[in-house]
Design a binder for this molecule. Structure first.
Ligand code: HEC
Length: 120
């Protein structure tokens, strides 16, 4: 047997190049998928920005509870009895204590504050 000792290396190299090729083709496919997801994501965000309730479900539930009963943050039921719409808006825009600022887009803060003030 007179096998060329380089053959195993050559085989590994060919396999390696094949793998690189495969991964880059797959990568392109994934990239398209990710791009599609992003488009879809942007759309859901647009619809989510449609109303205060959608914003609430997306950004506030975790701390204020699914039924506005409170949790990390205080209950938001009847917050309108404690704070004026302007004060609520101020909390939404600027945050307060451990309440993070900027969760509500500035152009929707007013609408959201009014909605919150009417929670019963
Ligand atoms: C990371 C947790 C967290 C998230 C998310 C969060 N909040 Fe808060 N929120 C708090 C905390 C904590 C307070 C109390 C702040 C304080 O002690 O001054 C608070 C206070 C408030 C208040 C004032 C309540 C009162 O009785 O004085 C309002 C209104 C409010 N949050 C609305 C929202 C809205 C609307 C969202 C979603 C856009 C939201 N919060 C998201 C934690 C959170």
């Amino acid at each position: 047997m007179n096998r060329n000792p380089l053959i195993p290396f050559a085989l590994i190299m060919v396999m390696g190049i094949g793998l690189i090729f495969f991964l880059s083709v797959k990568g392109l496919g994934d990239m398209k998928e990710v791009a599609k997801e992003k488009e879809g994501g942007a759309k859901t965000e647009e619809t989510a920005a449609a109303g205060p309730e959608d914003i609430y479900k997306k950004s506030c539930v975790a701390c204020h509870g699914a039924n506005y009963e409170g949790g990390v943050g205080p209950a938001l039921k009847g917050v309108g009895d404690r704070l004026s719409v302007d004060q609520i808006k101020d909390v939404l825009v600027n945050g307060r204590g451990s309440m993070p600022a900027g969760l509500v887009p500035a152009d929707q803060a007013e609408e959201m504050a009014k909605w919150l003030a009417e929670l019963k």
